[in-house]
Design a protein around this ligand. Structure first.
Ligand SMILES: *Cc1c(COP(=O)(O)O)cnc(C)c1O
Length: 340
């Protein structure tokens, strides 16, 4: 059974968080002489430490309460905080399924937490027979699972089986969930051990602003707020996020365009002799396998077309982000020339 207090590091339970000037006085009117800010300038005031307006807007869009929302400096901040909240360095472990996003490994290494990696099966799905017995290990605190998965592009099935059979937390990285409409957000109330990561970096087109979200129980969100740097989202990024989230129509139409471009590109790629596999994608990228990944990668790079060489993790694997219609057409032409 999941019991939050059993899996949080004791030093985090005991932690007295930093209390900022903006935590202690919340009003917006008055003469502010409390934070050692400069009274002159445009960016002179510290931002809202709890990003209330942004959480409210996200809540309207996603149907999630502010108390169940954490905003991070990119999802990467949330990944790091998960490790720092739940894992005792040098003792606890985390689990992930490969091939997947490289940051889980790096974040675990930085925190001196052992990462166990189980391979996804031939369809890039979880092998439950192999993985469920491992979940009994009491030092295993977190499962990181990415769906739709990067770099494979597929939605991962059966995540609820992990949630039901694990007494640690399951962090579901849904960076690409805007493209697949299969988010587990609706299951938050059912699973106290579920943390969902999303981001404004992909479908919302805001990678430069570094705004990522974690959605979880109120108790877990309180832990995130306790451990995060007080002013972790800058006013510039905050404003950019609020502005982007105002344009839901633009969001929907750009998303639809990217999805239709993805399907078009998948068909075009499947026709090329040098492409051996086009893996199905629920994201804004496509993974393909080719006969000589390094050669294709290098030739495209020489022509100024940069894709991601993933052949070290998927044989012959190249990951292609969906660009503008013109960019995608240029890529297909270049690959055709290569095939000829
Ligand atoms: C792109 C991506 C993210 C986004 O990270 P940010 O720090 O929010 O930009 C998170 N997870 C995965 C799997 C990604 O591919």
């Amino acid at each position: 059974m999941f019991n939050l207090t059993n899996i949080v590091r004791p030093n985090i339970v005991a932690l007295q968080p930093y209390s900022s000037a903006r935590d202690e006085f919340e009003g917006s009117e008055g003469i502010f002489l409390d934070a050692n800010e400069n009274p002159f300038g445009i960016l002179n005031r510290y931002p809202d430490p709890l990003q209330k307006q942004l959480k409210q807007r996200l809540g309207e869009i996603k149907g999630i309460d502010s108390q169940n929302t954490f905003i991070g400096n990119g999802s990467d901040e949330a990944i790091d905080l998960c490790l720092r909240i739940f894992c005792e360095p040098g003792k606890d472990k985390v689990l992930t399924f490969s091939p997947t996003y490289g940051m889980y490994q790096v974040a675990a290494d930085i925190n001196n937490v052992e990462l166990i990696t189980l391979p996804l099966n031939g369809n890039f799905q979880v092998d439950f027979e192999q993985s469920l017995p491992l979940l009994q290990d009491e030092t295993l605190k977190i499962i990181f699972i990415c769906s739709p998965n990067n770099p494979t592009g597929n939605t991962v099935d059966g995540i609820e089986t992990l949630l039901q059979n694990f007494s640690g937390v399951v962090v579901v990285d849904e960076a690409y969930a805007d493209f697949n409409d299969a988010s587990l957000l609706g299951r938050l109330a059912q699973y106290p051990n579920l943390i969902i990561l999303q981001t404004l970096s992909k479908a919302w087109g805001l990678a430069a602003a570094r705004v990522g979200m974690a959605f979880a129980s109120t108790e877990i969100i309180k832990l995130f707020n306790k451990v995060k740097p007080p002013y972790n989202i800058s006013s510039l990024n905050y404003t950019a996020a609020i502005q982007a989230l105002a344009d839901t129509q633009g969001f929907e139409s750009r998303k639809a365009l990217l999805i239709s471009e993805r399907e078009k590109l998948a068909l075009a790629l499947a026709e090329l002799p040098l492409v051996t596999t086009v893996y199905p994608s629920d994201a804004n990228f496509i993974l393909i396998a080719v006969t000589d990944a390094d050669a294709v990668y290098n030739t495209l790079a020489q022509e100024g077309i940069i894709i991601r060489n993933r052949s070290k993790v998927v044989p012959g694997g190249l990951r292609i982000s969906i660009g503008t219609p013109a960019e995608n057409a240029t890529l297909v032409t270049a690959l055709k020339n290569l095939s000829a």
